[in-house]
Structures are given as C-alpha cells and as structure tokens.
Write a protein that binds this ligand. Structure first.
Ligand code: AMP
Ligand code: MG
Length: 323
C-alpha cells in the first residue's frame, strides 16, 4: 500500500513508538505485587500529538502528562518553523529579532554543536531543507545551480548572537534556521525540569521515538525496545539510567526515491545534498536529551568513523550505529 510521505512518516514513528509502548506496557502489567508487598504502584499513561509527533508519558504521578505536554507546547510555540507566530518563524522572515531566553539558549547551543561537529550539525541548513522539499513534503531533486546558490546562505558562523540584549541576527538576507534536529531534545530536558520542580521523580517520556527516562519504572530502571528501523527488527532492549535520553536519527524517517536513489531529510551542510554514508541510522544515549538529539543528527552526517570519534569527546555518551 502506498502512503503519502507525511502519513508514512507518522506510521513509522508510530511503529517505533509502538514497540516502546507495547514493551513498557508488558513491564507494567507484569509488575505483580510480591508476597511481602501487596501494594503495587499504579502507573498512568497519557498521550498527545505535539511537535509533529506522538508523545507518550508514563508515570506513577497523574499530573506528569499535563506538565510535560504544556511545557512542550510552550517550547513548540517558540521554536517551530511551522507556526507562523513562533520566534523562529519571525526571525526567519525578518532576519533580526530579540528573542526569549529559551530561543537564545538553543540557538547558542546549536552554534556550539556546529563548532564541535566541524559544521556537520548546522541549523542554518533550513534553505536547503526547503529546496529539497522536506519542509512542505513536496520532495524534489533541485538543480545543481540552485544547490550551489543556496549553499551560500548556509553556515552557522553567519548567525550573530548579541548576548547583551538576546538579539539574534542573520548576516545575509534569505538565511533561515531550522531547529528540527534539536528542539525535541530541548523540550524533553525542559519537561524534565518542570517535573522535578513539581516533585515528580519517576517518569518515562517517549517523544516519537526519542525517549527521556526520569527515575525508575515499575521494576527498576526504565527499559525500552530498540529496533533497527530499516529492517523493522527488534535489535535489543536498553535500560536507561535514571536521567538519560535516547535519540535516533536515520534515513528512514523522511525520505523519497528519485531514479532509484534514496534521499533523506538530513542534509550534509558541506555538499548541500542529503547525507549519504555507510550508516542507515544512529542511536545516541546521553544525560541530556538536547545533546542526544543534536549528536544523533551530527553523527548521521559524519558517518561511522568520524561519528565515533566525535562521541568520544562527549563523556558518558553511548552510541550504536546501524549500517
Ligand atoms: P533529527 O531527526 O533529529 O536527526 O533531525 C532532522 C531534521 O533536522 C531535519 O528534518 C531537518 O529539519 C534538520 N536538519 C537536516 N539536516 C541537518 C543538519 N545537518 N544539521 C542540523 N539540522 C538538520
Ligand atoms: Mg536530532
């Protein structure tokens, strides 16, 4: 059966989420009261469509879902390029804007990742994402001339940050930024802060396949299923430590075929073409969801060798590469 790319994307995301959901459900159901402890903790689950994906929250505290969803909605309202009033949409239209501390922080961190990844992670790829049709889902292979012209607008060194008044400015008109590779991670970190402020210490958040684990699940550390997205096979079960996030980037999420060649939504900012290398997806586990999100995208661009080298510079980070 053929699905349009947007529907297909949701189906794939749902399948990935589905694995995690079914397994965590199994663990919840199997949490029988022991003979010595007749009281079991009840875990609540709640879900919502946010940031273009399916979010699920599991926690013994009923309030967790609403706390996570309202914080994510706030972050989405600031950072989404699909919401015309968001700060990112305004900045992309005007080229200079005084922004909120959240927006300033995430752009600053993105510039740091640009430096640390030798330019593989670059939020200024937005005009390239547009010409390949990944913003409006009208996928097409652009002409070489258009790719070359558009590359002139790319480079995070051309994003100027005025620290004293939180103003962000683009050096060239026509520049745009896209936080699609890092915003979900940031939202997860912010949601975790809000949960802890409210005294909630046990919660699992699954944001369309990127997961954040806080505290413990029904049987100790939270456990989630990892599947190789291309092969649709379960490739392992991972136990997350008490404050850890797992993020996967790959060519299975958004892609199209042209003349038998596969083009995916992660762009190599050096060439202007969708990244092609020896891997189909990469999974990163890190203490910060923002870091896991940014690194998984960057490693997908860099490929196996350089990607592994990069991860060594982030202590405590674990990676798994699927070829
Ligand atoms: P992710 O699924 O987290 O790997 O993010 C992929 C999304 O990030 C894409 O859909 C684009 O919106 C954006 N993007 C594409 N290429 C890059 C890149 N090289 N650096 C940063 N963001 C990118
Ligand atoms: Mg990412």
């Amino acid at each position: 059966m053929a699905f349009n790319p947007r529907v297909r994307r949701y189906l794939i995301i749902f399948l990935i989420a589905g694995w995690a959901i079914s397994l965590s459900y199994f663990f919840l159901r199997s949490n029988k009261p022991s003979r010595h402890n007749q009281k079991t903790t009840r875990f609540y689950r709640d879900n919502r469509l946010l940031m273009g994906t399916f979010w699920e929250v599991v926690s013994p505290d009923k309030r967790a879902g609403e706390i996570v969803f309202s914080e994510t909605k706030r972050i989405e309202g600031l950072l989404s390029k699909y919401i015309p009033e968001s700060e990112i949409s305004q900045l992309n239209r005007i080229g200079r804007l005084k922004v909120s501390p959240d927006t300033f922080y995430i752009i600053k961190r993105s510039k740091e990742f640009w430096q640390e990844t030798a330019g593989a992670f670059d939020i200024s790829v937005a005009p390239l994402v547009d010409i390949w049709g990944f913003s409006d889902q009208k996928h097409k292979v652009p002409s070489i001339d258009l790719i070359q012209d558009t590359l002139g607008l790319v480079g995070s060194d051309k994003i100027i940050l005025h620290e004293n008044d939180n103003v962000v400015e683009f050096k060239l008109s026509g520049m745009k930024i896209d936080l699609g590779a890092i915003a979900k991670g940031y939202a997860l970190d912010c949601a975790a802060v809000r949960l802890k402020e409210k005294g909630i210490s046990n919660c699992l958040i699954n944001a369309g396949g990127q997961v954040y684990a806080l505290g413990k699940g029904p049987k100790g550390n939270w456990r989630i299923v990892i599947q190789n997205p291309r092969k649709r096979q379960v490739s392992g079960i991972i136990e997350l430590e008490k404050e850890e996030s797992i993020s996967t980037s790959g060519d299975y999420e958004q892609f199209f075929f042209d003349k038998g060649k596969r083009y995916s939504h992660i762009i190599n900012p050096k060439t202007g073409y969708p990244a092609t290398n020896d891997i189909s997806s990469v999974t990163v586990i890190a203490g910060s969801a923002l870091e896991a999100d940014a690194l998984s995208t960057a490693i997908f661009v860099l490929g196996k060798g350089k990607g592994e080298e990069l991860s060594k510079r982030f202590p405590g980070t674990k990676i798994k590469i699927y070829q």
